[in-house]
Write a protein that binds this ligand. Structure first.
Ligand SMILES: *[C@@H]1O[C@H](CO)[C@@H](O)[C@H](O)[C@H]1NC(C)=O
Ligand SMILES: *[C@@H]1O[C@H](CO)[C@@H](O)[C@H](O)[C@H]1NC(C)=O
Length: 386
């Protein structure tokens, strides 16, 4: 409908909210409406009502026609079918369902709020059945009679299951609601739906932070009980720990290695003019890193630098490279500045997995090779992205 004047629209609004009795009184207060305009608007509304009436009557006629067609097709059964046995005669539809005859079968058309082949079930709206079946996840609503309507409400964390008279308060599944794509994450790890609320849980080896949502790794290695056997070292990892025992390579001939710290080995001095000895790593160090899954790459994991002994001329150039390990393709080793090289992770890692990469730093003095140092880097990737 397109009321031709703003006053017709006003009239329509007043008619809807106030009813015709109050209309004339309110109209006199509105200076914008002249008697003629009111009359014009009333005529418009009458036309509108007429049009609605016609459409409604047409709809009813159409429905009657379809019902008749259904009836005649149901009675026109094939020659083999037993004649005149009414499937509906046993009144199979319950709870006010309407029985519709078919060929050797019937169909129940259920009233609102009922489902099932015989309308035997209450229709469940919204809440999933698992929750609907558990009495802990539903509550009786608080209802009050406001004028002529019954108004019901639920306590926080619950919602009315339907607008029908027999509705109950169903728990809102916050975990499902916020678990959808594009919604903010309720919990860092897992969400557990509880009646009226939810709570977050963390995997074992993590503790829940006071915010109730975040998980923090527990450092098992600081625990007073010694978790690792004697002679091994404890390395904390995401959600767990590892016991490691770095070993120096066995020497051969005149070459041998000694432990200078729990995480470092040093080669014994080479005899004069022993070329093969000089090309074995002068130092070997061991590094253990713990990373979460799915780190954004590229990211620098490790730096390696030279430190020349005081009073002695240091190398004047360095070369860096990857010399071993089980996953070289994930990394790049490059010079960061004159004294430093860095190991860069270039491929995303998903845990749980353990990677090893061996990086080398070679020292040169006036282009002549002096010594090289190897760092063996072991990376424990946690199964979680935290
Ligand atoms: C060990 O060093 C001695 C000299 O100090 C040399 O004669 C000998 O060949 C070396 N052995 C090996 C296996 O390098
Ligand atoms: C890592 O990312 C992949 C792809 O986006 C995803 O399928 C996987 O669940 C993520 N893993 C973790 C532990 O977050």
């Amino acid at each position: 409908m397109h009321p031709r004047s703003p006053c017709a629209l006003l009239l329509l609004l007043l008619l809807l909210v106030a009813g015709p009795a109050q209309l004339s009184a309110q109209l006199s207060a509105q200076n914008c409406v002249s008697r003629q305009q009111v009359l014009a608007a009333t005529r418009q509304l009458q036309q509108l009502l007429k049009a609605q009436e016609t459409r409604f009557a047409e709809g009813l006629r159409d429905l009657r026609g379809r019902l008749a067609a259904l009836q005649s097709s149901a009675s026109r059964v094939g020659p083999d079918a037993p004649p005149d046995i009414s499937e509906c005669s046993s009144q199979p539809c319950q709870n006010g369902g309407t029985c519709v005859e078919g060929v050797n079968q019937y169909k129940c058309v259920c009233p609102p709020g009922r489902t099932g082949s015989r309308c035997q079930h209450h229709a469940q709206t919204g809440a999933p059945e698992r929750v609907a079946g558990d009495p802990a996840f539903s509550r009786a609503p608080r209802c009050a009679q406001v004028e002529r309507t019954r108004q019901c409400s639920c306590e926080a964390g619950f919602q009315l299951s339907s607008t029908a008279g027999d509705s109950i308060c169903q728990d809102v599944n916050e975990c499902e609601l916020y678990g959808q794509e594009g919604r903010p994450r309720l919990c860092m790890h897992a969400c557990v739906n509880t009646p009226g609320s939810y709570r977050c849980t963390c995997p074992s080896g993590y503790r829940t932070l006071p915010d109730g949502k975040s998980c923090e790794d527990v450092d098992e290695c600081v625990s007073p009980q010694h978790l690792c056997p004697r002679g091994t070292l404890c390395v904390n990892t995401g959600g767990s720990f590892q016991c490691v025992s770095p070993e120096c390579p066995k020497g051969s001939g005149n070459v041998s290695y000694v432990k200078t710290s729990p995480f470092q080995c040093e080669r014994s001095p080479c005899p004069m003019d022993s070329g093969p000895c000089r090309h074995l790593p002068k130092t070997i160090s061991f590094h253990f890193l713990s990373l979460p899954s799915n780190l954004t790459t590229p990211i620098t994991l490790f730096r390696m630098a030279t430190a020349s002994a005081p009073g002695r001329p240091g190398p004047n150039s360095l070369r860096f490279g990857i010399v071993g390990g089980n996953s070289r393709g994930h990394f790049v080793m490059q010079r960061a500045d004159r004294q430093t090289g860095e190991l860069i992770l270039v491929q995303t890692l998903e845990g749980p997995q353990t990677l090893e990469v061996d990086v080398d730093m070679s020292e040169y003095l006036d282009r002549s090779f002096q010594a090289n140092h190897v760092s063996q880097v072991t990376i424990f990737v946690s199964p979680y992205d935290f």
